[in-house]
Design a protein around this ligand. Structure first.
Ligand SMILES: [Zn+2]
Length: 66
C-alpha cells in the first residue's frame, strides 16, 4: 500500500495557509490571491474566494487566537 496523498504537495513540516472561505490549503510561498485584514494576511485559492471574503470578512474570520 503506497501512501500517495495530498501530503505530496505539502510535505510534513512545510507551512501552509487555509483559505478561510473554502478551507482549502494554499501555499503561502506562492499565493494566488491574498488580502490583508486586521493586520493579518489571508490567502485564497481563487479570485472568487477572495471576493467573497472581501465582501464580508467578518463572516470568515474566526477568533482562533487569543
Ligand atoms: Zn477557496
Amino acid at each position: 500500500m503506497n501512501s500517495f496523498s495530498m501530503q505530496k504537495f505539502y510535505p510534513t513540516g512545510q507551512e501552509y495557509e487555509i483559505d478561510p472561505v473554502c478551507e482549502m490549503k494554499v501555499d503561502p510561498q506562492n499565493p494566488p490571491f491574498q488580502v490583508s485584514f486586521k493586520e493579518r494576511t489571508y490567502y485564497f485559492c481563487s479570485e472568487a474566494c477572495k471576493h467573497l471574503f472581501q465582501h464580508d470578512p467578518e463572516k470568515y474570520v474566526k477568533s482562533e487566537t487569543e
